[in-house]
Design a protein around this ligand. Structure first.
Ligand code: ADP
Ligand code: MG
Length: 237
């Protein structure tokens, strides 16, 4: 049997004497889209960041294809496990600079225009100042930047919460497209249940640093047990 694409085993994280993650165990299958939901302050962003070691767990272990990430070179890990943040922070004079930045560090390049097309942007923006783009366009550039490194897993931390409805829809469509076209494994922290319903295969509920349950999308949205959970989350988000 194939090992899980990502597996978290009793992951804890404490800072300043406060335990933010209190022993999270879960796994993500290859090619799956998992949504992490939960109240503000639950530790969702922290959990996501442990997966590519932007945050180092205090204890526990995370595995990528069965190999402990603590044993990997963090830069190589971050090439394989990309991250998209809530607000796109694009450094560079042009869109092409932004996209090529990570590749140049490792002496590589890519077809920027093709990459822009693949995230639904007009390739003609390659030479533009990223700051002149709308936030929605900037977010798709930040996704293109992550894709440039040909990641196997994409971590997305509330990637649409700063976007208007139309831009948000485009990013959700893109999540589905990347998942089906590239078989990309995606873990996305979501703040809206309608988004979870559109993009996720599975839902993980994090409350106060603990996993309080995992459901398939079908169980979560149409199952009896999950109804109260859904109402709880809808009230919290
Ligand atoms: P979420 O993304 O679910 O809103 P976070 O992971 O951002 O939650 O944060 C969880 C809790 O951990 C919050 O109470 C936050 O203030 C705290 N926290 C996160 N990072 C740090 C840090 N570096 N130092 C101190 N507290 C932190
Ligand atoms: Mg967060």
């Amino acid at each position: 049997m194939e090992p899980d694409k990502v597996r978290l085993s009793n992951v804890r994280y404490a800072v300043g004497g406060v335990e933010i993650l209190k022993g999270v165990t879960t796994s993500v299958d290859m090619g799956e889209v998992v949504s992490i939901v939960g109240p503000s302050g639950a530790g969702k962003s922290t959990l996501l960041r442990t997966v590519n070691r932007l945050v180092e767990p205090t204890s526990g272990e995370i595995f990528l294809d069965g190999v402990a990430t603590s044993e990997m070179n963090p830069l190589e890990l971050r090439r394989r496990v990309g991250m998209v943040f809530q607000l796109p922070a694009l450094f560079g004079e042009t869109v092409a600079d932004v996209i090529l930045y990570g590749l140049r560090l490792v002496g590589r390049s890519t077809d920027v225009r093709h990459l822009l097309e693949s995230v639904g942007l007009n390739p003609s923006i390659a030479g533009r100042d990223p700051q002149s783009l709308s936030v929605g366009q900037q977010q798709r550039v930040s996704i293109a930047r992550a894709l440039a490194l040909e990641p196997e897993v994409l971590l997305m931390d509330e990637p649409t919460s700063a976007l208007d409805q139309a831009a948000r829809q485009r990013v959700e469509d893109l999540i589905e497209d990347l998942n089906s076209r590239l078989d990309l494994t995606i873990v996305v922290v979501s703040h809206a249940l309608d988004q979870v319903e559109r993009v996720a295969d599975r839902v993980l509920l994090l409350v106060d640093g603990r996993s309080e349950g995992e459901w398939s999308k079908e169980e979560f949205f149409y199952g009896k047990v999950a109804k109260q959970v859904r109402q709880f989350i809808a009230g919290e988000l």
